[in-house]
Design a binder for this molecule. Sequence first.
Ligand code: ZN
Length: 197
Amino acid sequence: MTPVDLAFARAYHAVGSLVAANPALMGFAGWPAATPAQKSARPIPAADLLKTWSDGHIAATQEVRDAVRDLSDFANWQQTYTAEEVGQDFLDRYGWFELVGPEGHFQSQDIRAYIAYWGENLYYPWHLHEAEELYYILAGEAFFEAEGAHPITLRPGDIRIHSANQPHQMTTGASPVLALVLWRGEGLSGVPRMGTK
Ligand code: ZN
């Protein structure tokens, strides 16, 4: 194994251990035995921000957070939106990569597991998607709103589930947020769209 392969394997096992230790996470979609895939590094500005931010986690999330930091230069980072949709500042300080899933660093057709980062003082407007979604906060905090649900500030270890096509939005305050995002169900290969319908 190369050092990069080892870094990804460490992250895959760290997230798997986190999921297995948490009944709410395990009950959402389990954790698949996924096959490593060769994905090219696709760096974005947020990857550097993530590496230089070291507080805001809890003991249960430290292993995942450290593993993510160590592979940040090698991840296939993505951004769903354009500058026209969310603004350039948002794009400069946000990103995600698919650790496990149909397009992930580890291949599975059963779930998608993303690692996602947003910098401080960002507003992620209303959007929705068909797949059911679970947010688990690894570090930092953010204010979550969803149609039909009470607004809530989520902190490390907290969970929020969005049902199929339930519109939701998120706002960060003084702190960035790093989250594990799980998808399951219909629309697994779909993408979010802006708006509330
Ligand atoms: Zn979502």
